[in-house]
Design a protein. Structure first.
Length: 252
């Protein structure tokens, strides 16, 4: 039953390091409390850097029929299987980003509408054919990461975040989880002040700063914790269940 007194009406959840524990599973306790929030009329929205195909099984597992944000905001789904908006990367920028990876010998991946690619299945002929939605790099070499960042910043037209301290995730400029959540709010007739956004990495930062309540996981990167309104327990200790109990259903 919907409770009109409820301050927060949308719970936007990052997946890796947030909703999912380190075994990439949703714990029974977290699933139980998400179910209670949904039953109370709160919209639970997955907000992830993952592609649609990597995210939707978890939405299905939770029985969600709410909008969903994938690839860091490049895609917004009206319902888990109905696309509402998609923002594409410029193909020339994709060529340049791949060139940086090849030159520096750094692992990369790229998501397109047609599929996901990395150095094992990369085909230059597909760059002009496919519709690209995200590009990423991974290296534990701090110097290489710095070089990549400088090059990306010089290119312009890119939104640069991460989903771990060792990677970069690149979307079209101005596209992030916060812009995705704003679109979801428009679809649901809500205001950003009614949103709780929860995450652990730099690709969650814009959403945490823009939401009515920004929550960092206990395992979150320091910059994320410093910009959050609240730091909850870690992803292995049911941090999301704690958020729901504390801010959405405190009487339960």
């Amino acid at each position: 039953m919907e409770d009109e007194r409820m301050k927060y009406r949308l719970l936007a959840l990052d997946m890796d390091g947030t909703l999912l524990n380190d075994n990439h599973e949703i714990s029974p306790k977290t699933a139980e409390w998400i179910g209670k929030a949904a039953a109370a009329g709160v919209h639970v929205c997955l907000s992830t850097g993952r592609s649609f195909n990597e995210a939707v099984p978890f939405g299905d597992q939770l029985g969600l029929n709410t909008p969903m944000i994938t690839v860091n905001g490049s895609e917004v789904w009206k319902t888990p299987h109905e696309l509402y908006r998609r923002e594409l990367l410029d193909k020339e920028l994709v060529k340049q980003m791949h060139g940086i990876a090849a030159e520096l010998g750094v692992w990369f991946w790229a998501y397109s509408v047609e599929g996901s690619y990395n150095e094992k299945n990369w085909d230059p002929a597909l760059v002009d054919v496919n519709h690209w939605i995200k590009f990423g790099y991974h290296t534990e070499d701090d110097d290489l990461r710095h070089q990549i960042l400088m090059r990306l910043q010089d290119m312009g037209g890119l939104e640069i975040t991460n989903s771990s301290p060792y990677n970069f995730e690149i979307n079209p400029e101005g596209v992030n989880k916060a812009t995705g959540i704003k679109i979801v709010c428009e679809l649901l007739g809500l205001d950003m002040s009614q949103v709780i956004a929860v995450g652990d990495s730099l690709n969650d930062l814009a959403a945490i700063q823009a939401a009515g309540l920004g929550v960092a996981m206990g395992n979150a990167q320091l910059a994320v914790q410093e910009n959050a309104d609240y730091v909850t327990a870690s992803n292995n200790d049911d941090g999301i269940a704690e958020v729901i109990q504390k801010f959405i259903l405190p009487e339960e």
